[in-house]
Design a protein around this ligand. Structure first.
Ligand code: C5P
Length: 398
């Protein structure tokens, strides 16, 4: 996701430095080329060797380094970066940048950069709420610097309050968001995700193995690309991506009601949810008691939400999913036509690395015009971006 991106990771001296190591791993895993600059205080917490080993690049600690200075390293670093991050950022570093002080490698390089700057502060709650710090932060925000707010919790100093460095995954997401082209700005996209639950009685239900991971990855990616996202989710244990409008539902009928109530104004609907095809015809109001050797539950077909959307007079761009255990292309082609879809994402859920409950997928994309694309094994995040690329191409210009 960050292939070909060059990121400077500035590390200033606070107890949260060790979390910057975790962030570095996330950045390099996503393909970014990361160059680390450490302040003197940061080196008291973690040695440069750790950052050097994990980034694969020399760590910059000194402003005046005779070898690097042949090419004026702070200027060449600043010039060639796509994103400048400072994690963790102390009150001191924020104050220095806000005051225009450039007296070490980190402050000098950030002063020289034209790339976006993303700052994740971490400090004692009284420092964080100090009006001097607040004013410094606000001043930088006015100049276009972006901040990832610290979270509330027990701080290293023993105080309770806001000041804990945001989790590395949250800072990573903010980096991705900053670097992502907003090609879905002005669009509203609805995503459905997860399974549905069809109640049998107050304690039991019929459901399926869908984790919701693919739908949530789509919602996250579309938000990052600037879309307004309405996420209609069946029961899942997943973290709700920042910025999405979430509507929780349980059954297929509830999902249908939520979809129909919000579809107006959506330019695309991506139905990644694994909707139960049938529900018990008669939901018992009391728990069914154990009696005979065999028991029968009579089922009735659920409404096909996607087919309903496909039958609309002027439907939005419709993307369906087809989770199959064989004859994947044949079944997917049938659904594409029968439900009047623009695109269908088909996968064989009998494979262990694709489909339900895993972070990867292996999909076949089929389009209305008869063309198709095989997507080999990739993360659900990457597949989400691929699907959105086709949606961007398929949507009429704003
Ligand atoms: O027909 P099938 O259930 O295999 O089709 C899968 C696609 O249709 C998925 O995109 C799913 O979200 C959608 N679907 C639906 N309503 C149903 C069943 C499936 O919208 N009742």
């Amino acid at each position: 996701m960050l292939k070909d991106k060059r990121i400077i990771l500035g590390v200033s001296g606070g107890i949260a430095v060790y979390k910057a190591v975790e962030l570095l791993r996330l950045l390099t895993k996503a393909g970014a080329e990361v160059h680390v600059i450490m302040t003197r205080a940061a080196q008291e917490f973690v040695t440069p060797l750790t950052f050097q080993t994990l980034s694969g690049n020399p760590v910059h600690t000194e402003l005046f380094n005779l070898i690097a200075e042949r090419e004026i390293s702070h200027i060449s670093l600043a010039d060639r970066s796509d994103l400048f991050m400072i994690v963790p950022a102390t009150a001191n570093i924020v104050g220095k940048i806000a005051a225009g002080i450039a007296d070490d490698m980190l402050t000098t390089t950030v002063m020289a950069t034209k790339s976006p700057v993303l700052i994740a502060p971490a400090m004692n709650v009284n420092m964080f709420t100090n009006p001097i710090y607040r004013e410094n932060e606000e001043r930088l925000i006015r100049f276009g610097y972006r901040f990832v707010a610290p979270v509330t919790g027990t701080l290293a100093c023993g105080w309770e309050g806001q000041g804990k460095l945001a989790p590395p995954e949250v800072i990573f997401e903010a980096a991705l968001e900053t670097l992502t082209l907003k090609d879905l700005a002005g669009r509203t996209i609805m995503v459905t995700a997860g399974p549905t639950r069809e109640e049998i009685d107050p304690v039991r239900y019929i459901s399926n193995h869908s984790s919701g991971k693919m739908g949530y990855a789509l919602a996250r990616a579309a938000t990052r690309r600037g879309a307004r996202v309405i996420l209609i989710s069946g029961p899942t244990n997943l973290a709700v991506p920042d910025g999405v409008e979430l509507l929780r539902v349980e059954s297929a009928c509830e999902m249908q009601a939520a979809v129909m109530a919000h579809v107006e104004g959506c330019q695309a609907v991506i139905k990644a949810a694994a909707v139960a095809d049938y529900r018990p015809i008669d939901r018992k109001s009391e728990k069914i008691k154990k009696k005979d050797e065999t028991a029968t539950i009579e089922l009735i077909k659920n409404p096909d939400i996607l087919a309903g959307l496909g039958a609309m007079k002027s439907p939005p761009f419709l993307v369906g999913f087809a989770a199959e255990t064989g004859m994947v292309r044949e079944y997917a082609e049938k659904k594409l036509t029968e439900k009047n879809l623009d695109m269908i994402v088909a996968n064989d859920v009998s494979q262990i690395d694709a489909g339900f409950n895993v972070d990867t997928n292996r999909a076949l994309l089929l389009f209305k015009n008869g063309s198709s694309v095989e997507c080999g094994l990739m993360s659900k995040d990457k597949l989400a971006d691929k699907i959105l690329d086709y949606i961007v191409t398929g949507l009429a210009p704003c």
